[in-house]
Ligand binder design. Structure first.
Ligand code: AMP
Length: 285
């Protein structure tokens, strides 16, 4: 497995593989890899000849006061996991390698990024789209695999691929949960045992919604009410938002149908968590 630190070396490696006619699958991450990330690697391996994983804690997607400085990092373990998963190359640049000190071009999206997480994290998706566009230009993947854990991010990347004519196929992989239902996230390690117990309410509330929907309830307002009540009564949680939306356009729906998303964000202690379900789609554990 190749471990690559510079843009130039990554581009050269990619050119070599392309010259051999090999297709590339790409999994961008911020590291501290868990089974959720590794499920994306498996998916990429099934779809392409070689898999590239990037590990980069992208400073431009953190807002001032967010957890950039304490974001968990485990580079040695991550490399071990990638090697075991059959990854061909890991791209691990330093921030200075990725951004010129006077960088002044960014990718801004004007509709989908204004809702849900974009409301409470203004500028977050601008950072995400900018780094993903840069990584797409460096790695030139045939297929990029993202997780439905970040459903809004996936919708935004699909939109960017369309609107900026990237030659990349996006694959959105299922959300991977712990056995007790908690959506896997690098940020889960911030949680104290008590907070973790509380955090289980997020998936429990979404499961309550899924089960109400599967027994015929489709009124989005009613389902949002059910999620809101469950969060409050079971966990004392007042969420940042609960959204019932179309998975591609992220526009709110009045009646929930197969394929729609129910997504939420909540702060537990000092940790901001997101979770979602897609109706008619199974999560993995
Ligand atoms: P991150 O390292 O948090 O930026 O995530 C990198 C990629 O892994 C993104 O496409 C995420 O959606 C995906 N991912 C993170 N957690 C999970 C999970 N629990 N299940 C599926 N994909 C995930």
């Amino acid at each position: 497995m190749e471990v690559v630190k510079t843009v130039g070396a990554m581009k050269a490696w990619v050119a070599g593989r392309k010259a051999e006619g090999r297709s590339l699958g790409f999994v961008p991450t911020m590291g501290c890899l868990h089974r959720g990330h590794l499920s994306l690697v498996d998916r990429a391996r099934a779809l392409a000849d070689d898999v590239v994983v990037s590990i980069f804690v992208n400073p431009t997607q953190f807002l001032p006061g967010e957890d950039l400085d304490r974001y968990p990092r485990s580079p040695r373990q991550d490399l071990e996991s990638c090697r075991a998963a059959g990854v061909a190359a890991v791209f691990m640049p330093e921030p200075e390698e990725m951004y010129a000190t006077d960088a002044s071009v960014f990718v801004d999206e004007a509709a989908l990024s204004a809702t849900m997480c974009g409301r409470t994290r203004p500028g977050h998706f601008r950072g995400v789209l900018t780094i993903v566009a840069k990584l797409f230009n460096i790695v030139r993947p045939d297929t990029a695999v993202f997780g439905r854990k970040d459903a809004q991010q996936a919708a935004l990347i699909q939109r960017m691929i369309r609107d900026l004519n990237f030659d990349v196929r996006l694959e959105v992989a299922p959300l991977v949960r712990e056995a007790d239902g908690l959506a896997m996230s690098s940020r889960n390690r911030y949680l104290s045992p008590d907070e973790r117990k509380k955090a289980l309410t997020l998936s429990a509330a979404l499961e309550a919604a899924r089960s109400a929907w599967s027994t015929g309830k489709s009124d989005a307002r009613e389902i949002r009410g059910l999620v809101k009540r469950t969060l409050l009564e079971k966990g004392g949680i007042v969420p940042e938002y609960i959204a019932c939306v179309d998975a591609e356009s992220l526009t709110p729906v009045a009646r929930l149908a197969k394929g729609d998303l129910i997504a939420l964000a909540a702060v537990i202690g000092r940790t901001r968590l997101i979770d979602n379900i897609r109706l008619g789609e199974e999560d993995l554990s």
